[in-house]
Design a protein around this ligand. Structure first.
Ligand code: ADP
Length: 547
């Protein structure tokens, strides 16, 4: 027997419809790529997104066609998103931080027909488009005044397109399972793979993200997503903010400490989301200029493990609550959040810190399990390391065009490629990427743990731990450190600093100082490159016995 409730397909165009109707006057503030701060509203964004849809239809874009964006977080990018998705085309967010050849490869794999591009990336597109035969047209997201001289074939000026297109264009009317967005993983293992979101998965992810224990966004919030829309959907903020009518502040191309501080301060932002490196830059700026942020209440930090120094600095010096979150492109991306259970919140802050450092618990809609190499379930004792497996209605079931074949186990769980522990109250902690683990004498050592503790050393700017071959233990960890400018420290300083904070047999066998630690396209340490750079490195000494 079927239920007798109305059929109301969960398509994301309804999110911007809702924002325009019920929160039409709420602001979207953008640091434009051209420079000035510009102000719009949800009603205006909706009107202009409809015009984008009309233009796309006029160019023959149909259901399922891929239309790409190569752009920063701006109102125009939002308009393009909803304009593309509203007519059932697929919004493919390209990551401009990839190498040009990788971007070309991805455009060709996705068979993008049209690309919306920011001024910043016109040069890159000029370079690669001759190798991208499927692209028919490029829309440069600027006005006629700033329109560059370009060799791009069929380059349109965004503002001219918007001005000349009708704001009457029907959205929706297709199945909620229709493809909606496409985002490629950064390809740290093999070719990038396309994660194809559906309207339904994005809609459900939005509702889950709005829970008090997840992003906790409300109409009273002003939210600044520093995390880019091209990086796992800006963690859903471009859907969640209009869904509740939160004022949205978009940073455009500038993510340095001062630029982010200016927006947080002048727009009185209450909540924000970014990777740890962005927060580190902001905190350094605040500290060196003696600044405060009286309106900021909480920040979501994810994408990489959040160091203790950041959690404590926000809490102690600025009264800001840190929500630590874990996820990946394949999970839309919110997978777990570190909101506090009553057992934890009732404890003093110092005792909460070990839990706040963990990546947290799954919201409704996400199932997690921890398994050994054979797929057997491992205990939730907070100690046993295992493969983190995930299942849910906004988790990838397969990659675009079948890349990578079957990616699910017999129970339909996706292997995240992360190694984790889960403690008795359900807090999951990432200990490593499976490809980066260090296994010494058959036991796993958490490189993330050591890195974050070492980062607490006042002279450290960046830290990384990798495994190097060892004749007796197979592998031993070494700590790689980039010092802050003007700071000095020795190998022994770092080893002394780690003493007593980690198990004895986790102690790195050596500390190597470098001028630069390589980052990948999503701002994370690229250990593959780091290992390649250190391929001729040899360990100085023998090591302690594993426990
Ligand atoms: P990529 O792996 O291609 O950089 P994602 O942005 O999808 O792309 O990254 C997902 C991965 O990032 C996760 O599988 C995990 O390894 C890591 N990650 C995300 N959030 C956290 C976090 N809070 N702590 C530790 N690692 C994290």
């Amino acid at each position: 027997m079927l239920g007798l409730m109305q059929s109301w397909p969960l398509t994301v165009d309804k999110i911007l419809d809702h924002a325009a109707r019920w929160h039409g006057h709420r602001e979207i503030v953008t640091r434009s790529v051209e420079g000035p701060i510009v102000r719009g509203t949800y009603a205006e964004c909706h009107d202009r997104a409809k015009r984008v849809s009309s233009a796309l239809k006029g160019w023959g874009v149909k259901l399922g066609d891929r239309v790409a964006t190569l752009a920063w977080n701006t109102q125009r990018h939002m308009e393009a998103w909803y304009g593309i998705m509203g007519i059932g085309a697929v919004c493919h967010t390209l990551n401009p931080r990839l190498f040009p050849e990788q971007i070309a490869w991805i455009i060709n794999h996705a068979e993008d027909r049209i690309i919306f591009v920011d001024l910043t990336f016109v040069g890159v597109l000029e370079q690669i488009l001759p190798k991208c035969p499927t692209v028919e047209r490029v829309v440069v997201m600027t006005d006629a005044w700033n329109m560059p001289q370009t060799t791009l074939p069929r380059a349109e000026c965004y503002e001219q397109v918007v001005a000349e297109s009708s704001n009457v264009c029907e959205w929706g009317g297709f199945s909620e399972e229709t493809a909606c967005g496409l985002c490629y993983t950064s390809g740290t293992t093999g070719d990038p793979k396309g994660v194809m979101y559906s309207h339904r998965s994005n809609f459900l992810h939005t509702l889950v993200g709005l829970q008090a224990d997840v992003l906790a966004t409300s109409v009273r919030d002003t939210i600044l997503p520093v995390v880019p829309m091209f990086h796992a959907n800006a963690w859903g903020v471009a859907f969640a903010a209009p869904a509740v009518g939160a004022k949205l502040v978009l940073p455009g191309a500038k993510m340095d400490g001062q630029s982010i501080y200016e927006l947080l301060s002048t727009e009185r932002v209450t909540t924000s989301a970014a990777v740890p490196t962005v927060w580190q830059m902001l905190l350094t700026h605040l500290q060196s200029h003696g600044l405060k942020l009286p309106d900021l209440e909480r920040v979501t930090i994810g994408g990489a493990a959040c160091p203790e120094t950041i959690i404590r600095a926000f809490h102690d010096d600025y009264g800001v609550d840190v929500f630590h979150a874990w996820g990946m492109t394949e999970t839309s991306p919110l997978g777990t959040t570190g909101s506090l259970t009553p057992e934890v919140s009732s404890q003093p802050f110092d005792q909460q810190v070990p839990y706040r450092l963990k990546q947290g618990r799954p919201p409704i809609g996400i199932e997690l399990k921890l398994t050994d190499d054979e797929g057997n379930i491992l205990p939730h004792d907070g100690k046993t390391f295992g493969h983190l497996m995930v299942r849910g209605s906004f988790v990838a079931g397969s990659y675009f065009k079948g890349a990578g074949g079957n990616i699910l186990d017999k129970q339909g769980f996706f292997d995240t490629g992360d190694i984790a522990t889960i403690d008795p109250i359900g807090y999951m902690q990432i200990t490593d990427r499976a490809k980066d683990v260090v296994k010494s004498g058959g036991e796993w050592i958490s490189t993330i743990d050591i890195e974050n503790i070492a980062l607490g050393h006042p002279a450290a700017e960046q830290t990384a731990v990798i495994g190097v071959p060892h004749p007796k233990w197979d592998e031993r960890p070494i700590l790689i450190v980039k010092l802050k400018e003007g700071e000095t420290a020795t190998r022994q300083d770092f080893l002394d600093f780690l003493q007593g904070k980690i198990a004895k047999w986790w102690m790195p066998d050596d500390v190597v100082f470098v001028d630069d630690i390589p980052l990948g396209a999503t701002g994370k340490i690229d250990k593959k490159v780091l290992r390649a750079r250190l391929k001729d490195y040899r360990l100085p000494s023998a090591s302690p016995e594993p426990a």
